[in-house]
Ligand binder design. Structure first.
Ligand SMILES: Nc1ncnc2c1ncn2[C@@H]1O[C@H](COP(=O)(O)OP(=O)(O)OP(=O)(O)O)[C@@H](O)[C@H]1O
Ligand SMILES: [Mg+2]
Length: 569
């Protein structure tokens, strides 16, 4: 109590003011300060390492920005700076003449040399000396949380060679605001002397806001709420990846990006490979069409139709081989050869579009084709019989959702093979920008044939003004193969929503800092926060962003996502 039970309590207004002040009066612990529900735990730097990379602070700080950094710096006049350096050099000299041995001598010699070199630089005016104070303050809703975060952060600083110190019984002094006189009272050891280069390493943030004209909003920076707007079509690759555990908000974020792209550039052709059938209503909401592959709604493609490889019959024959290998993994070499020969003959023969009946008839009679015929029965009387006939999918305008729900797992690779051919053809043949969303992309990473194809698409579609948006739970499915890694390297932007864990491979591949790797499994989920926390790697940048939908966007998406489109003949 500030007022206690004194006269001010009896003064009506005065009493209320006192009471209000009480609620916000800071409470000081040994190493922390509480104001209201907010705890603050300071950490001071006692000794800097001898070398620091530029911008290191941006990489040791946790992405969510719950640690405030303040740097106070005052220039030391050159005459005084030279005195300081001469003093340092003299101390080193006298220690050396005092005869220290071994490694210590080397350290002192290095100190003397650096004082000498810096002295010359100060005399030449290429460097200056600065009186610098560096303070970190961890903020959070509980004492345990801020203290734990402070320990973790001190460890990360120690790994860089810093010696830090938790001020005890001097939290207020450590947290005191700045008067900018350079002579404020600060806890012992707070002030350090740094050169201009040393000071420059403390500037963590280069130009962090990204606002590309004509782009779409991808998120709001978690550190300062500045919007990040990216123009997919202005970079070397138009393809992006979105990774995150289940419920992290991948599908929502992807739909949001697609919708914003559609509203920004209505001429862009949006295509969705939708394994779970989640985007049907969304695509209808944008005025597009849905083809349900398993259900045959919206028509189907004849996988043997050369139109799906832009009329290239030889290419089609090769792709049919890939398709069969995906569907019948137990095919023997000689059976493959027989099928390949039959497909080639059939497709080389001329203008007509073959069916699976034609293919079965093309197989030579006799030995070695018995099992093959049984395999092909699936197209004649089995679950894929609907594909044994001409293509019935009409010209599809506007956004297209290819709904793959209901396709058995072991048939997915098969369907994806000819669907990707069709997509590739569409991208090549249509003018204007094209964006293909591939959800659950790990399904493609699983088969070498489809993974390679996907990689090819990512590398080449730029020439057709097209980009991919790949969604998967973790990059690891792709990191396992050479083609997968090549694919990941060719994504211009990669967003990590909450990951269940960050593997060593992912960390190394993306150059994630320990702070980032530690944070990603704790990034807030949309069901907790109402937005998705994420880390974007855009070109060389690492940006922690909130993926946020405006209210109308949210209403548009929430009503439509996750629901299969109703049947339409
Ligand atoms: N940025 C966001 N803002 C508001 N709500 C969101 C956001 N992202 C996701 N949600 C909501 O959170 C839930 C889960 O999101 P979503 O389905 O996109 O996750 P996911 O990563 O695709 O998961 P899964 O791997 O299971 O497909 C959905 O109900 C969605 O509406
Ligand atoms: Mg999803």
């Amino acid at each position: 109590m500030v007022g206690g039970a004194g006269p001010s309590d009896l003064l009506g207004m005065g009493g209320r003011v006192t009471a209000r002040r009480d609620r916000t009066a800071p409470v000081e612990g040994t190493t922390w300060l509480r104001r209201g529900r907010s705890y603050r735990a300071p950490l001071l730097v006692q000794k800097f390492p001898s070398e620091l990379p530029f911008g290191f602070l941006g990489r040791v700080l946790p992405p969510r920005g719950e640690i405030d950094v303040t740097v106070e710096a005052y220039r030391i006049p050159s005459a005084r700076a030279l005195e300081v350096l001469q003093g340092a050099r003299a101390v080193a000299e006298s220690e050396l003449s005092g005869g220290h041995g071994g490694s210590e001598t080397a350290v002192i010699e290095a100190e003397r040399d650096s004082a000498e070199e810096l002295g010359r630089a100060v005399a030449r005016r290429t460097q200056e000396l600065w009186k610098v104070g560096l303070r970190f303050v961890v903020r959070g809703p509980s004492r345990i949380r801020v203290e734990a975060e402070r320990v973790r952060f001190a460890d990360r600083l120690a790994a860089l060679g810093f010696r830090s110190r938790v001020p005890r019984f001097e939290t207020r002094e450590a947290l005191r605001s700045f008067q900018f006189t350079g002579s404020d009272v600060r806890p012992a050891g707070y002030w350090q002397t740094l050169s201009t280069d040393g000071l420059a390493t403390l500037y963590p943030f280069a130009e962090e806001s990204v606002l590309e004209p004509g782009g779409v909003l991808v998120g709001i920076a978690l550190s300062d709420s500045s919007p990040v707007v990216l123009d997919r079509w202005s970079h070397g690759s138009y393809s992006w990846g979105l990774f995150g555990m289940t419920g992290a908000g991948k599908s929502f974020a992807a739909a949001l990006l697609l919708a914003r792209t559609h509203w920004m550039r209505p001429d862009s052709d949006l295509l969705i490979l939708d394994p779970l059938g989640e985007y049907g209503e969304f695509v209808r909401g944008l005025g597009g069409s849905v083809v349900s592959v398993a259900g045959g709604r919206g028509g189907h493609w004849n996988p043997l139709d050369p139109a799906t490889t832009g009329g290239d019959r030889e290419e089609k024959a090769a792709r049919v081989g890939t398709m069969f290998r995906a569907l019948f993994p137990t095919l023997r070499d000689e059976e493959r050869a027989l099928l390949d020969t039959a497909t080639n003959q059939l497709l080389r023969r001329g203008a007509s579009v073959p069916t699976f009946d034609d293919l079965a008839a093309e197989l030579p009679a006799g030995d070695g084709t018995g099992r093959l015929r049984t395999f092909l029965d699936v197209f004649r009387s089995g679950s894929l019989a609907s594909l044994n006939g001409p293509t019935t999918v009409g010209p599809l305008n506007g956004p297209v959702d290819v709904d793959l729900s209901g396709i058995p797992d072991d048939q997915m690779g098969f369907h994806l093979t000819y669907l990707l051919d069709w997509l590739y053809g569409r991208m090549r043949d249509r003018p204007g920008p094209k964006l293909v969303l591939v959800d659950e992309a790990h399904l493609l990473a699983r088969h070498e044939a489809t993974a390679e194809f996907l990689d090819r698409v990512v590398r080449h579609v730029r020439h057709f003004d097209a980009g991919l948006l790949l969604l998967s739970q973790a990059p690891d499915d792709f990191l396992r193969t050479a083609s997968g890694r090549s694919l990941l390297r060719n994504l211009y932007a990669t967003a990590f929503l909450r990951l269940s864990e960050v593997s060593a491979e992912t960390r190394a591949f993306y150059g994630l800092t320990p702070a980032e790797a530690e944070w990603l499994p704790k990034a807030r989920l949309p069901r907790e926060a109402g937005y998705a926390e994420s880390l974007w790697r855009i070109g060389g940048w690492h940006l922690p962003l909130a993926v946020v939908a405006t209210t109308p966007e949210y209403e548009f998406l929430e009503r439509r996502l996750g629901h299969p489109a109703p049947a339409t003949g």
